[in-house]
Structure formats: C-alpha cells, structure tokens
Design a protein around this ligand. Structure first.
Ligand code: NAD
Length: 365
C-alpha cells in the first residue's frame, strides 16, 4: 500500500499544541504497522500572514490539492484582529473549503457516558447521544451575491446578504446524508424554513425527489429549522442524521455541541465530491473549536477534538473504520478512568495537560 498523503496545518493559538498529539497518534499507528503516512506541514491563518502577508500561500494550496486529507488545527487570535479583511486568518480556511470544494460538513455530537453530567441538559437526555449534523458548507447566505453594505446617503446604510441554492447543491448534500444514515440508524431529518424562504421550498422539494429516486429505504422526515432547534434540546436522541443548510447548520451544530460538554470534545470533517478518476474525495478534518487564545501556550487545551477529527480521517478518507473505532473506544476509556483536561474537569477536580491526555489516549489504544 502506498502511504496516505497528509497535509498538517496546525495554525495558530492552541492549534500547534493539539496537532502535536496527532503526530503522536500517527507515530503510534506507524509503529504498530496499522498504516503508513507521508505527511507535509504548512502555515495557515495568522502565522501564515506573519510569514507571507497572506492567510495561505499558493504553495500550501497546491499541497492541499495533492493530499488525501488535510488535517487542520485552528486559526485566528486578537493579534490579527486588525489585518485587512481579505488576508485575515479565517480567509485561509475559507479558501481551502472553497477551492477543495468541501461542500459537506460532518459534525458528530457524541456524548460519552463519563461526561453526561458536564452537559447543559439532563443526563438522561444526553447519555449515549450519537447524532450527526450534516451542514452544507459552500453555498447559502455566507457566499451568495450580492453581499454588500450600501450608504443610502440619508444617514442610513443598507446591508444585503443573499441566500441562494441551486438544485445540484441540494442533491449532493442530501446524497451524503442518506449514505451516512445507511451506515448508522437509517434516518435523515432535513431542516429548513420553507414556510418563509424560497430556498427552503426548493431544499424540501429536492431532498424529497432524491429520497424517492435513490434512497427509498432510508427514513426521511422534515422539520422547520426553528422547531428542529427546539427538538434538539428537548429530545436529541430522536435524531440520527440531521441535514441542513450553511446558516442553520452553523447554529444547530453549535447547539448540539453544548450537549456533549465542551468545545474541546468536538471533531468535524469536510468532504468534497468523489473524484471520477481517483474515486477519492477531497477532505479536511478539524476540531470545531477555534484557537482559544485565552489558554494558548499553557498546555491546557483538550486534544480530544483534534484526535477525534483525525479519527474521522481514518474512517472517511482511509477506510480504516476498525482503527477509528479503537480510537473512539480509547477516548471513552480514558474519560471513564476519570482523566480530564481543565475544560471538562469537575469543580475542584485535577486537570491533566494536553500532552498527558494525548499520551493517555494513545496508551489506551
Ligand atoms: P474558541 O473555540 O477558540 O474558544 C472558546 C472557548 O472555548 C475559550 O474559552 C477556549 O479556551 C475554550 N476552548 C476552545 N477549544 C478548547 C480546547 N480544545 N480545550 C479547552 N478549551 C477550549 O472560540 P473564540 O474564543 O470565539 O475564538 C478565538 C479565535 O479563534 C478567534 O480569532 C476566532 O476567530 C477563531 N476561531 C477559529 C476557528 C477555526 O479555526 N475553525 C473556529 C472558531 C473560532
């Protein structure tokens, strides 16, 4: 087997600290001869701006195109708050998502039994929770044109964002949703606002058509996104895969995040189309959290979100489901043993460092 090609982009703040634990995991997998990786590293975000005056260089973009998977840490921080909009740290991530065509954002919300009491919801609502929020990532109101602020000349300004979706964009995200559901509990819940938005009407119509034509064996239900948000905190275990647009997905996945205890526990994957020639998807894996400038450089960051993101790469890019399962089980056992970083520690409980947590997870594997 040729080695899997990885591009590691640690980024800013706690990004490099949690990425160090991915390197530890990679070394372990190689030492156990479970996989071989060829990896390169690059700069993205504020550190790339400092070095090159831009959030990501052409050279790094080319490496990202050539990689089987991009493993991304986090970008941003107060140091770069005043840099020009086009080269702000987040522009690096947006460019990667756009140019790699990463239209499907997978955000699992899994509540480990050992952490159920850290959730803002009651234990019985979240204990054993395992849902997948699938967010459309390259369309909708974050990218639609026109996107302007106009001075109306009378002391008023007008801001416009445009919510726009084409049929093909809804078709391809719904296919990912149905495929995921088939490997899980076979149920998709689609969320939109067809009562007040034309994009919601089309979203509903296209998903219905794809379902009837290609995936009739999967259960499909529809919810208005506001009602869906309510159901998510009322009875989250009713869901399996939730598919929704860019804006609603941004919000609903953050709501789901709080059920699992901490931002430091949440992985994500962003996938592109299957390449007709190579049969591979472009893919980027990253924790949901940002660069956490408040704890950066202190060895306090929880590396589990980053490690679990790498676990998603094993599952979705490298077809190594059993190894990904072993990683998930190792994380669950470490938590059950009572090991906690500061973000998930109980009041007065001892907190371990980023490195100690990474070593414990790899040790459990
Ligand atoms: P954040 O996710 O960085 O931090 C929010 C809070 O959660 C902080 O208190 C932080 O200490 C804590 N936290 C986050 N990850 C943690 C971890 N692994 N372990 C322990 N605690 C953790 O969000 P923010 O504070 O709103 O943003 C900080 C910077 O990150 C900003 O510049 C923002 O633009 C950027 N950001 C980047 C991304 C990304 O790279 N994808 C995502 C969100 C925010």
């Amino acid at each position: 087997m040729p080695p899997f090609k990885l591009l590691l982009l640690p980024g800013d703040g706690i990004g490099p600290e949690v990425m160090a634990e991915v390197r530890r995991l990679i070394a372990h997998l190689e030492q156990k001869k479970l996989a071989a990786f060829a990896f390169e590293e690059g700069l993205v975000g504020g550190c790339a701006y400092d070095a090159h005056g831009m959030a990501i260089t052409e050279e790094t973009m080319q490496k990202a195109h050539a990689a089987d998977a991009v493993i991304f840490g986090a970008v941003g921080g107060p140091k770069w708050d005043k840099v020009p909009y086009d080269v702000r740290p987040e522009a690096g991530l947006l460019r990667l998502r756009k140019e790699l065509g990463l239209f499907a954002n997978l955000r699992p919300a899994v509540c480990y039994p050992a952490l159920a009491d850290a959730s803002s919801l009651k234990r019985e609502l979240v204990d054993g929770l395992d849902i997948m929020i699938l967010r459309e990532l390259t369309g909708g109101v974050y990218f639609g044109e026109p996107k302007t602020i106009t001075d109306l000349g009378n002391g008023q300004k007008r801001a416009i964002d445009t919510q726009v979706y084409d049929t093909y964009e809804i078709e391809r995200i719904s296919r990912v949703a149905f495929e995921l559901a088939k490997k899980r509990r076979n149920k998709v819940t689609s969320m939109e606002k067809r009562n007040v938005m034309k994009t919601g009407v089309l979203w509903h119509e296209v998903i219905e058509a794809v379902h009837a034509r290609e995936f009739p064996e999967v259960t499909l239900e529809h919810m208005l996104a506001d009602a869906g948000g309510m159901q998510l905190v009322r009875n989250p275990k009713q869901f399996d895969v939730i598919v929704t647009d860019n804006l609603f997905g941004d919000m609903l996945s953050d709501v789901a995040a709080m059920m699992t205890g901490s931002l430091g526990m949440l992985p994500s994957a962003s996938l592109g189309e299957v390449d007709a020639k190579t049969k591979k998807r472009k893919a980027l894996y990253e924790p949901v959290h940002g660069s956490a400038p408040d704890i950066a450089g202190q060895g306090k960051a929880n590396p589990i979100a980053m490690l679990a993101s790498f676990g998603m790469a094993l599952r979705y890019s490298f077809n190594m489901g059993p190894v990904a399962d072993a990683l998930d089980a190792a994380i669950a056992r470490v938590l059950a043993r009572g090991l906690r970083t500061a973000d998930i520690a109980t009041v007065g409980g001892k907190a371990v460092s980023t490195e100690e947590m990474g070593k414990a997870v790899v040790g459990e594997m």
